[in-house]
Design a protein around this ligand. Structure first.
Ligand code: COA
Length: 178
């Protein structure tokens, strides 16, 4: 569990948070950029949450809910493709519309990056996003993930293949304000 500014925390997903995943799958921006799939049912969402717990236990992923204390989640952030031996992972995130516009995700990404580097001992953290998603690019830059290049035609979105920016933060990179 991590506390961000105000009463926002990063906490594990619970089975009774499943409706938030259904809501997220219906949000046009999450649909476009995070590609959760269509027709996500409550049952699918519960299975997804169960799979995140399994992947936590097997040290493959660490997916957190972003929520105000005692409230339903308003977003997700976490590490996928975690390779503890190889020292790397890739960050994923989204916010529902009510959580956007306040710079929350850059703070959350910094907090989870500190945890990944200082506590998990990872060396290289990746962040990728479509070049057509400037909000995500700004989150990456603010959170200290340097732009390393553009991967051509890297991910299939609903409207076709998108070029993707590759950003990364390496152990030893400066933190905000240093
Ligand atoms: C990306 C996302 C997590 C950012 O949420 P957030 O933390 O609330 O971000 P903010 O709205 O505070 O914006 C962050 C920065 O991006 C800038 N930004 C936002 N929209 C922008 C746009 N369309 N063009 C350029 N800059 C933009 C903001 O001005 C802000 O920069 P600043 O801090 O220098 O002023 C959220 O918009 C989201 O979930 N979007 C839909 C799904 C998504 O994009 N997922 C990411 C997949 S890689």
């Amino acid at each position: 569990m991590f506390r961000l500014t105000g009463d926002v925390e990063l906490r594990p997903w619970r089975q009774d948070d499943a409706q938030t995943l259904v809501d997220a799958s219906l949000d046009p921006d999450v649909q476009q950029w995070n590609r959760p799939g269509s027709d996500v049912s409550l049952e699918d969402a519960r299975a997804k949450i169960a799979s995140w717990h399994e992947r936590w236990t097997s040290e493959q992923a660490a997916i957190w809910a972003i929520a105000r204390l005692g409230e339903r989640p308003m977003g997700l952030i976490g590490w996928a493709d975690m390779d503890l031996k190889g020292g790397s992972a890739e960050i994923l995130y989204w916010l529902l519309p009510a959580g956007r516009g306040g710079g929350l995700m850059a703070d959350a990404a910094v907090r989870l990056s500190r945890w990944a580097i200082d506590d998990l001992g990872l060396h290289r953290l990746r962040l990728t996003h479509s070049v057509a998603n400037p909000a995500s690019c700004r989150v990456a830059t603010k959170a200290g993930f340097a732009l390393e290049g553009t991967m051509r035609s890297a991910l299939l979105h609903a409207d076709g293949w998108h070029d993707e920016h590759l950003h990364a933060r390496i152990r030893g990179d400066k933190w905000l304000g240093e």
